[in-house]
Ligand binder design. Sequence first.
Ligand SMILES: [Zn+2]
Length: 245
Amino acid sequence: MTAKTAQYSLNFHGCGSGGQLAVGSSAATLELNSQPQLLIDCGPGTVHSFQQRYQQLPEAIFISHCHLDHITDLEILTVRAKLSQSSPIKLFVPLSIISTLHQRLATYPELGSMAEGQHNFWQSFQLIPVTDEFYWRGCHYRLYPTRHHTPNSSFALHLPGRFFYSGDTRPIPEILHHKITGQERIFHDCGVEPNPSHTGLADLAEYQPEIRQRLVLYHYADQLAAEALKAAGYQVAEPDCAVLL
Ligand SMILES: [Zn+2]
């Protein structure tokens, strides 16, 4: 009898930057043998993409930060979870962004009288506040505050030996040069041009060559930008294409 080997992959529901949704809002699911384990972020269109691919709602989500292109579909999800009477969805949220998340999604006036019947935003979720690390389904994840506006408002997710997901950020050599084991695929925010909130192609020179060769770039403007990133010699994540880990 042969045991099935564990094959992890990261499937991108979208790879786009905010406001430029031609390639979908950036969100990805860690899969084990093609089964969803953990969804990272939940912006516009993510729930639809998730249901199309897996025929189910997510069971666990990590939220990297509270810009709307990473969280808005949680409003749709709380209603869908209520209607499907599923178990509360585990929502791993960095401690320092919980009040912002609550203010942005859970304070709509008279939320309890929505068309689907009395329902509080959080009722469909099991909130799990996280700080430096957390466990889920046998995996030990780490998180690190990154460089995306106010300190401690945006976080990278790291599964040592498997993958590093930067979330929205400027370059973070102080993290990547010290925390990577050498085995991970590194999924990194990168558009063609740098800007004050995000990484651009020229910024990648801040990384050592052994980091650069592990990069898989996402959070770009459109297909044209993806082609430019590829032409510069980088691997690029694309919507609905699972990257093996
Ligand atoms: Zn952002």
